[in-house]
Design a protein around this ligand. Structure first.
Ligand code: 9PG
Length: 874
């Protein structure tokens, strides 16, 4: 059994994940796995068939586990592997009716929260080819009728507070993952419905005899906060894939949502002039030319008649005006009349004996079709390198790479041994090689996994539009949620907010601030503006600048200012509030130091009740951000009209509380372990081994080590006098005192030592620690704050102290500072902001817990002072 709950004996009623088994679809027909081929998910090798071996390398973290999966062909003939399935069951949660986050395959695919009903994934009514543009599979597996489908990962929970569960792949461009999920039946007298979550890793390739292939790592986790599960998952995913998350805040102008295909050189130059004229009012750095300039899809270095002076001229003009230059391309597509396909008809992916169709667009080619290209062709890869080297060489440092899914479509590639994910990754890596390490690459229409680590930014939703809903005379059945619509874009901004600066910079798509030449009502435009700003993602506007009046220019500036501020804090500033709630109101909350900014947006078509922070709800000053709220909302009416939003700021309202570890954090040396190393080396070594294998917990280790230890008060005093405090320790005490911020040392060491250290060093602090009394010269010890429900096993459980503090002061932002992986780990997991060094920092990296690294406590004080100093206390 895979019990990802604690090290304690799994309790029938504890929320947990159990193993269902491992399956495989193999052979020419991808024969269904039917039955599980292995039942346990323990580490090591699992022989699934005579030929197929699967190896699991596992890391368990109490409430989560990460399984790295590798397959090998042990036979003498090639083995075609369709997919590998790893099955889990989430149970012990007591819930009978679930909701879940369905995540889409690529940027434009539907991503949103919905009911985990018994109908399962709705059938796509418009054919396999169209379905395959937005899903990993054009045709869903026949044995999954009644199951829901979520791509890459899924989160399950229920409205209100309560347990939730995440299953997902940490995709790195080796394989695509699909999570199949459904609720099981109930038994007599049992209301709980366990949820089955099978994660399928698509291989779709032949393994040569003897070949080993690492697939992806799979993460499973349980907890009571869906945001925390998603954030840790994304942090880990980013680390596994080497995510590029450090580009500066992006602010720019894009031609698309005003001019569409009609853009011409004079429109662009006129807007450039306007942007220069209003530079003081509209704070943007980038000007990006979109679709409409190219000779044809595929021939990116050549322009059409609307751009008579060519691309290099465009880049020069943009740069001469003081902006960085951006350009749109579709790297993995070409039209039949392109020079590319004319010269290299073998560069397309194949669909039988034809080129594989990648998309249809009347504006793009003589017959509207464009074809998907094959990055497994070395000559095409070289062409990509040269093309992007040339574009960046002209001055286009910002590349909007669109319709990227095409490289990963189901079609025949020259090299069939690569998975579709590897194909896309190879194409993206070629673009990066050509563009160089400093270019800003933006993915769009892109399957997520293979792009992490290559792109700097990612479109995380469908296109916005100058209309609230899809504005097309005929909508192909099933496509509606993916098509351009401001409401759909906002839904994705909210549901994928957690990806920002963990996987890349989120591109929420463009702000349209104009009130002319648009079907968006001003309050609808403000709803989009509010979602973009509070998410902290990129800000790209798309208006004919000459159409904007002073208020509209001020709106752009306000979004840029708020977005930049929220983005500047750290990954994790923005969270979705009550993700599993069933309401038409979507809510985001961002925290910047002691300030909280919230947006409530009514995506529905009738008024709905808003839960916005109201004045007096928690003591701080609340104000509506007037520019970003509908005019009738300056005062707190509880209802939000259709499509309307309200942004409110709760300034300086979040008080701070600081908890700090003692040994090795507040003091330079660890008192207990230094004494043990000097005076009890053998006992320490033996006990440490027992601790490491889980035979004894941390407190039992301390008890067996120190209870009865002969080391009298006089000797101890001399020893303590030789231990220095961290050079910033006093500064931390002083800073907290000055700002009336409660500071408490949480220590799994001993009260006697903390009392003496205060006297020796002349500092005062409050603390919670274990007890040490002397029986003559012998130590007698007892725990200070033991918590049997926590898997830390220490004598003073920092998690439970912090949680109790939070229950008493729900508005406080809690900081934990520490260095050790035994007693500081659970405190760090419970805190809002963590400062970590040494083994705690390493452990948090492995668990995907965000934290600030530090060297001395002076670094901590500097950071607290920057975020809180000016605004809290005196
Ligand atoms: C240029 C545009 C803009 C826009 C991109 C992309 O069929 N579709 O689902 C579909 C989705 C998006 C789309 C076009 C078609 O727009 O997202 O920003 O660059 O291309 O053509």
């Amino acid at each position: 059994m895979l019990a990802v709950v604690a090290r304690t004996t799994p309790d029938r009623h504890a929320p947990r994940i159990e193993a269902r088994g491992i399956g495989a679809h193999c052979g020419p027909e991808d024969a269904s796995h039917g039955a599980w081929l292995a039942s346990d998910l323990g580490p090591g090798s699992h022989r699934l068939s005579e030929q197929l071996e699967l190896t699991i390398q596992r890391t368990d973290h109490g409430h989560a586990a990460t399984l790295q999966i590798e397959i090998a062909n042990r036979g003498e003939r090639p083995l075609h592997v369709g997919s590998i399935v790893v099955g889990f069951r989430w149970c012990g949660h007591g819930v009978s009716s679930h909701r879940f986050l369905r995540h889409g395959w690529q940027s434009w695919s539907y991503t949103g929260y919905g009911d985990l009903d018994d109908v399962g994934q709705r059938e796509f009514p418009s054919g396999a080819w169209l379905r395959g543009m937005y899903h990993c599979l054009g045709t869903p597996a026949a044995d999954r009728v009644g199951w829901h489908e979520s791509e890459t990962f899924a989160v399950v929970g229920a409205p209100g507070a309560g347990p939730c569960c995440l299953v997902g792949a940490l995709e790195t461009g080796r394989a695509f993952a699909i999570v199949h999920l459904r609720a099981g039946g109930t038994g007599p007298g049992v209301s709980e419905r366990a949820v089955d979550l099978d994660i399928e890793l698509r291989v779709e390739a032949a393994l040569a005899p003897g070949e080993r292939r690492p697939l992806e790592a799979v993460r499973v986790a349980v907890g009571d906060d869906a945001n925390a599960l998603l954030e840790r998952y994304a942090t880990l995913w980013g680390r596994f894939a080497g995510a590029r998350t450090k580009a500066p805040f992006q602010s720019g102008w894009c031609s698309w949502y005003q001019f569409f295909h009609r853009i011409n050189e004079s429109d662009l130059l006129r807007n450039l002039d306007q942007l220069v004229a209003h530079r003081d009012e509209i704070p943007i750095d980038l000007v990006q030319l979109d679709d409409g300039y190219q000779r044809t899809i595929g021939d990116w270095l050549e322009t059409n008649d609307k751009f008579p002076r060519g691309l290099a001229f465009v880049a020069e003009q943009i740069r001469a005006a003081g902006f960085s230059a951006g350009i749109w391309t579709v790297p993995f597509a070409a039209s039949a009349e392109s020079r590319l396909l004319t010269a290299h008809p073998d560069w397309a992916l194949a669909d039988g004996d034809r080129w594989l169709r990648g998309s249809f667009n009347r504006e793009w080619s003589a017959d509207g079709w464009v074809y998907a290209l094959d990055p497994t062709r070395p000559a095409f890869v070289e062409h990509l390198v040269q093309t992007y080297r040339a574009l960046v060489g002209m001055g286009f440092e910002y590349q909007k790479l669109d319709f990227l899914y095409m490289a990963a479509m189901q079609g025949l590639a020259a090299d069939p041994t690569l998975t579709r994910a590897m194909r896309l990754r190879a194409g993206l890596e070629a673009i990066r090689r050509g563009a160089g390490p400093d270019a800003f690459l933006l993915g769009c229409g892109c399957p997520m996994g293979p792009a992490v680590g290559v792109v700097d930014g990612m479109r995380i939703g469908p296109d916005v539009a100058p209309s609230w809903r899809v504005d097309q005379p005929v909508v192909i059945p099933g496509l509606e949620p993916m098509l351009p619509s401001t409401a759909s874009a906002i839904r994705s901004i909210v549901t994928r907010a957690f990806m920002h600066r963990r996987l890349w910079l989120n591109d929420p798509d463009c702000l349209m601030a104009r009130s002319r030449e648009t079907a968006l009502r001003p309050e609808e435009a403000r709803s989009l503006a509010a979602a973009i700003a509070v998410s902290g993602g990129m800000l790209v506007m798309s208006d004919d600048v000459g159409l904007l009046d002073g208020d509209e220019r001020a709106l752009v500036a306000r979004v840029a200012e708020l977005g930049r501020q929220i983005d500047s804090t750290e990954a994790g500033a923005c969270r979705i509030i009550e993700p599993f709630a069933t309401t038409s109101i979507s809510r985001l909350e961002s925290r910047v130091g002691p300030d909280v900014t919230r947006v409530d947006i009514n995506l529905g078509d009738v008024p709905a009740r808003s839960m916005t922070l109201s004045p007096g709800s928690s003591g701080g000053l609340v104000s509506a951000v007037a520019e970003l709220s509908a005019p009738d909302f300056v005062d707190a009416s509880p209802d939000l009209a259709a499509h309307v939003s309200r942004v409110s700021q709760h300034r300086g309202g979040r008080a701070l509380a600081v908890f700090c570890d003692f040994d090795g954090t507040f003091s330079q040396l660890d008192v207990g372990s230094t004494l043990a190393r000097r005076h009890l080396p053998d006992r320490r070594k033996a006990l440490w081994q027992r601790y490491e294998i889980g035979e004894i917990d941390a407190w039992q280790y301390a008890e067996l080590l120190f209870d009865g230890f002969e080391y009298g008060p006089a000797a101890l005093e001399t020893f303590l006098a030789g231990i220095d405090l961290d050079p910033g320790a006093r500064e931390l005490v002083d800073w907290c005192g000055r700002h009336v911020v409660p500071l408490r040392i949480l220590s799994d060491g001993f009260d006697h030592n903390l009392d003496r250290m205060q006297v020796i060093h002349g500092v005062r602090f409050e603390y919670t620690a274990n007890r040490l009394r002397f029986d003559g010269d012998r130590w007698r010890i007892s725990p200070g704050h033991r918590n049997p429900d926590c898997d830390c096993g220490t004598g003073t459980c920092k998690r439970s102290w912090i949680e109790a503090h939070r229950a008493a002061h729900p508005d406080r932002c809690i900081v934990h500072i520490g260095n050790g992986r035994v007693s500081d780990r659970c405190g760090a997991e419970a805190a809002d902001i963590v400062f970590a060094k040494d083994s705690l920092a390493l452990d948090l990296v492995a668990r995907g817990v965000a934290h600030h690294p530090f060297v001395t406590l002076s670094d901590v004080v500097a950071r607290l002072d920057a975020d809180w100093g000016a605004r809290s206390g005196t």
